[in-house]
Design a protein around this ligand. Structure first.
Ligand SMILES: Nc1ncnc2c1ncn2[C@@H]1O[C@H](COP(=O)(O)OP(=O)(O)OP(=O)(O)O)[C@@H](O)[C@H]1O
Ligand SMILES: [Mg+2]
Length: 460
């Protein structure tokens, strides 16, 4: 009879202990350690496959011709670094209802034109998957659908169908009988992923696993899940907005700085080849004060994004600072620079900054845009709507250069803007662009450049 043993495992980080403790000594989380019972030695606990090839010099290793294959969605390929690598294991994680099953079903359809795909849904019945497939026009004959959460039965189907690509939707819903703990527990996730890795590497099957994320945005289950797989991709977006972003967090076979942008439509996800247009299309022609367009970067692509600031008299003892889409501390730093270097008194004013479209900006190139949005709104001055603002603001009020400045300016030019305010240190040559380049050295220069001088002086 197989021996069983009891372990106490932290559901946050996977830390193991032999008895219950309230606080995990590894990650510091409280009340996350739960009891799990494991049956001993029924499954291999290693990722070593049955590979019998001896060690050989690297220069004699032959690569097969088609080691990569495309997904049919160029934005997805871009995120993966040029498509899926055969025999790799990819984790796609995202909030509930963000569109993970949708993108995988769409992708399966185009992959199934050349390869056999097995789509295992552990959360939906075959007819529910069919319902979505109908909406997405998915009907490739080499796409097999299987509704099952028992990992042993899934393995049998893998043996029978012999797919080239296997999709597991989702890893938190699948369970193996070898472990008595419930689906979604650390032990279950770890063992199922381990088995999937063995299947991927030994049978050269590309495995795509869907993972749920927890409330704080991390993948539910142990961190080891991210270590085990070859590629981790987050599918993000605001559920109330139609756009979605695929972002690669870890990629053993490609660059992690690329992102793919999609729009959720009635018949599935549509690639967004020009993201700036998507983020600016709702922009009003009659701009009010505090509205600014900045050139941010999503992955390595420049994207024009609208920023709004609202500054008004406070009715609280200490004024409010509310941000949406930018870092709170970054705003405080910019406000401090505005007060000290420009003389703008904000101590009795509430400041709200919002990035339109629910996008998050975490790069310093947005600093100057934020500073100008706040400063112009405080004085109720309108920045010309055909101007794009780029630059980092230093603590002494100097404007610092940012990366990929040429690409950002080119994107502004492409979208029909007339002027772009850039850091003087970028040394851009006006001759290379069909858009007016306004180099600025200091924050005050930038304010003077985008509003009338007299209005700018009022801020003194
Ligand atoms: N008929 C429809 N028309 C347009 N969009 C739809 C329609 N039905 C679903 N959607 C979109 O698809 C999303 C759900 O997609 P999907 O089921 O792929 O998400 P998921 O990430 O797999 O969710 P879960 O985490 O629950 O598995 C919905 O939030 C909605 O935006
Ligand atoms: Mg789903």
């Amino acid at each position: 009879m197989a021996k069983t043993k009891t372990k106490w495992i932290c559901q946050e980080c996977g830390y193991e202990t032999i008895k219950y403790i309230g606080k995990c000594p590894d990650c510091g989380a409280w009340g996350t350690i739960t009891e799990e019972i494991e049956t001993d030695n029924l499954i291999p606990n290693s990722t070593i496959t049955d590979n019998t090839e001896p060690a050989c010099p690297i220069n004699s290793v032959q690569l097969s011709q088609s080691i990569r294959f495309t997904t049919g969605l160029s934005e997805f390929d871009r995120t993966l670094g040029g498509g899926f690598v055969q025999g790799s294991i990819v984790l796609i994680a995202g909030d509930p209802g963000i569109g993970k099953s949708t993108i995988l079903l769409q992708t399966s359809n185009s992959i199934a034109k050349n390869q056999k795909v097995l789509y295992v849904s552990a959360e939906e019945s075959v007819s529910q998957v069919k319902l979505r497939a109908q909406r997405l026009n998915v009907d490739a004959p080499s796409l097999f659908v299987y509704s099952q959460s028992n990992f042993e039965l899934i393995k049998q189907q893998i043996k029978e169908v012999q797919p080239d690509v296997l999709i597991i939707d989702s890893i938190q819903a699948v369970y193996t009988q070898n472990i008595t703990s419930s689906p979604g527990s650390v032990s279950q996730i770890r063992e199922c992923t381990n088995e999937l890795m063995n299947i991927a590497k030994s049978q050269n099957i590309t495995v795509i696993v869907v993972g749920h994320v927890t409330k704080d945005g991390t993948i539910a289950g142990p961190k080891v899940l991210e270590h085990m797989v070859d590629t981790v991709i987050y599918f993000e977006g605001d559920r109330y907005k139609s756009y979605r972003i695929l972002r690669s967090i870890k990629n053993r076979f490609g660059n992690t700085s690329e992102v793919g942008i999609f729009e959720m439509c009635d018949n599935g996800l549509k690639e967004v080849l020009n993201p700036s247009e998507l983020f600016l299309h709702e922009r009003e022609k009659n701009i009010t004060s505090g509205n600014i367009v900045i050139a941010a970067k999503e992955g390595i692509r420049p994207v024009l994004i609208e920023l709004q600031a609202l500054v008004g008299q406070t009715s609280y003892p200490s004024p409010r600072r509310v941000v949406n889409g930018i870092d709170y501390n970054r705003l405080l730093q910019i406000l401090a620079v505005l007060e000290k270097r420009i003389g703008l008194n904000l101590s009795k004013l509430d400041v709200y900054v919002n990035v339109i479209g629910g996008i998050d900006i975490d790069e310093p190139a947005a600093d100057l845009g934020i500073a100008l949005a706040v400063a112009t709104c405080a004085r109720d001055v309108i920045v010309s709507p055909d101007t794009v603002i780029i630059g980092e603001v230093g603590l002494s009020g100097e404007i610092r250069n940012v990366s990929s400045i040429e690409n950002r300016v080119k994107e502004s030019e492409k979208l029909g803007f007339k002027k772009v305010i850039v850091p003087a240190a970028s040394h851009l040559n006006q001759k290379d662009f069909n858009i007016e380049i306004i180099p600025v050295k200091r924050l005050m220069d930038a304010i003077c450049a985008c509003v009338h001088k007299e209005e700018a002086l009022l801020t003194k």
